[in-house]
Design a protein around this ligand. Structure first.
Ligand SMILES: CCCCCCCCCCCC(=O)SCCNC(=O)CCNC(=O)[C@H](O)C(C)(C)COP(=O)(O)OP(=O)(O)OC[C@H]1O[C@@H](n2cnc3c(N)ncnc32)[C@H](O)[C@@H]1OP(=O)(O)O
Length: 202
């Protein structure tokens, strides 16, 4: 049971703190020595200032994820590691869903997602495609399902530091099985393709 239910201002503060943690994660891989100390000190001071006086945050600011509560009144936090503004691991998507199709933009992604030098780690390519394909399946079906298979083809390296597009489409529904496919693009270049199967719960 939550003794202190979340307010909108708490959610704004949490997302502000997550933003600082994201910048810190990025800065830890960018700065060294004295520059690193100055960077960490400045980011810590911004968080301390916001905690001491929440009015230093933009007063009209709304959280991306406003407080939600379960039927029993417990706070429900969006933990999604791709889309939650409060989860510092999340690269964050802006997504449009229409019928059988989803189109999302993500990035530019910083260096904590790096695999090969200057390029996105292949596992994160799968994470982004899994999420967007799951989203379009959820949108189409109206209920959650589980990823059963996800086959990836890496066509070309995915650059960091550039906006990316991730697209997903439902291709077939057969009972509990929903098939979907999609791709991840950098500009006009298709960097990876995915196809998979999502199974609805019994
Ligand atoms: C609001 C919420 C927020 C939730 C927020 C969610 C955030 C997004 C998450 C992103 C997506 C994920 O990461 S999801 C998490 C990653 N995935 C998982 O953890 C899933 C782990 N696997 C499982 O739990 C299970 O294997 C299931 C549930 C997927 C399937 O088990 P099952 O229910 O026993 O299904 P089963 O009978 O074996 O198969 C169902 C049907 O599919 C067919 N089938 C099975 N495998 C295959 C296959 N490889 N190729 C073809 N067909 C297949 C079977 O023949 C059968 O067909 P027929 O006889 O019916 O014709």
């Amino acid at each position: 049971m939550d003794a202190t239910p979340e307010t909108t201002a708490d959610s704004v503060l949490a997302e502000f703190a997550a933003g600082i943690c994201r910048r810190m994660a990025e800065g830890l891989l960018e700065h060294t020595g004295g520059e690193l100390r100055s960077f960490l000190s400045a980011e810590s001071a911004r968080l301390q200032a916001a905690l001491a006086d929440p009015a230093t945050l933009e007063p009209a600011e709304q959280p991306h994820d406003p407080p939600r509560f379960s039927r029993k009144g417990h706070v429900v936090i969006n933990t999604n590691p791709v889309t939650s503004h409060r989860n510092v691991l999340a690269p964050l998507l802006t997504e449009k869903l229409e019928d059988d199709r989803a189109v999302a933009t993500v990035g530019p992604l910083p260096r904590q997602y790096q695999g090969p030098r200057g390029m996105l780690h292949g596992g994160y390519v799968g994470v982004l495609l899994d999420q967007v394909l799951w989203d379009v399946v959820f949108h189409r079906l109206g209920h959650a399902s589980f990823t059963r298979t996800l086959n990836l083809t890496y066509e070309s390296p995915v650059p960091l530091g550039e906006e990316l597009t991730v697209e997903g489409r439902v291709t077939k529904i057969d009972g509990r099985k929903t098939f979907a496919e999609g791709e991840l693009r950098s500009g006009d270049t298709v960097c990876a393709r995915a196809e998979g199967l999502w199974v609805s719960p019994r």
